[in-house]
Design a protein. Structure first.
Length: 310
């Protein structure tokens, strides 16, 4: 099943490459939060993969507070960067790390190649997310860690509402003007389906405020995050509809400072490649101690009724 035009995604990243670093504030913030999670484990991850590296912003976060290209946070000693856009990959190569131009839907790496796979705000553009997750799990060494962020369903709720109302009022119908995003519950199921051990999925919200809603549109374009849905309406949004949408945005979504919020829901995926050393669930009936003893109460079997008089 294809939802996104991957060729268009690549073209838009190529177009945005030169100015991406000037518009990467959201990616930088989320990358920082993602790397912070490495501090929650005592494990070291010598060989790492940055999946969807853009211009190398995640590498900068890994090396923050360190010197040289070795000894990055999480014990990263060797980092491979991979990016769909060749223009962005060229810029990412300036970090000094090996950089590959390839597609997340067809990873070019052998099984068990990496101790750590990181992906910062990229997997929401993948058509076959379950398949991509399976490939990621296979590239990990046993007990290797996968950490990823992607946009969730609450992302750009204000913009979606404003565009929908304006299109209904001016064009007599709706079209998919904003890309669909992953639901938190679905993401958890996908991690289990892909075979990750100890999967954890959580979400947080980042709110960016704008003096004018139009600046949000220019930022999305500069970040190469504009609509690439295959079924999108191919003709540009009419000027009258766009003006109406921005007016509705400005009127409906205003904070106490008179600015206009844009919501970005960030879903974080955490999972481990299976390994025999990991904690395992006990088989039913294998417990050696009774719960009643631990609670200091009397056990009543399913076939008995407790005396209501005590």
């Amino acid at each position: 099943m294809e939802v996104f035009n991957r060729r268009l995604v690549r073209q838009r990243r190529d177009r945005a490459a030169a100015g991406f670093d000037d518009a990467s504030f959201l990616f930088d913030e989320v990358a920082s939060r993602l790397i912070d999670r490495l501090d929650d484990t005592t494990r070291r991850f010598p060989a790492a993969l940055d999946l969807g590296c853009r211009t190398g912003r995640l590498a900068a976060a890994l090396l923050q507070g360190t010197t040289g290209n070795l000894g990055g946070r999480g014990g990263v000693e060797y980092l491979v960067q991979m990016e769909l856009s060749s223009d962005m990959a060229t810029l990412a190569a300036r970090t000094g790390w090996p950089t590959v131009t390839a597609d997340e839907e067809a990873l070019p790496f052998a099984d068990a190649s990496f101790d750590l796979v990181l992906s910062n705000l990229g997997l929401h553009w993948v058509n076959d997310l379950p398949g991509a997750l399976v490939q990621i799990r296979r590239t990990l060494k046993p007990d290797g860690l996968f950490l990823a962020t992607l946009f969730g369903t609450e992302t750009l709720a204000e913009l979606r509402t404003s565009l929908a109302e304006a299109e209904i009022a001016n064009d007599g119908g709706l079209s998919p003007r904003v890309s669909p995003f992953v639901d938190v519950r679905d993401a958890g199921a996908l991690m289990q389906r892909a075979g990750f051990a100890l999967p954890v999925v959580d979400a947080e919200t980042i709110t960016v405020s704008y003096a004018e809603p139009f600046k949000l549109l220019t930022d999305l374009r500069a970040m190469a995050e504009t609509n690439a849905v295959l079924e999108r309406r191919k003709v540009p949004l009419k000027r009258t509809t766009l003006v109406d949408a921005l007016a509705r945005y400005a009127t409906t979504f205003t904070d106490e400072d008179g600015r206009h919020p844009a919501t970005f829901q960030i879903i974080t995926l955490t999972g481990w490649a299976p390994d025999a050393s990991q904690p395992q669930a006990m088989q039913p009936g294998s417990a050696q101690d009774r719960l009643a003893d631990a609670l200091g109460t009397e056990e009543v079997s399913l076939g008995e009724k407790a005396d209501p008089k005590g």
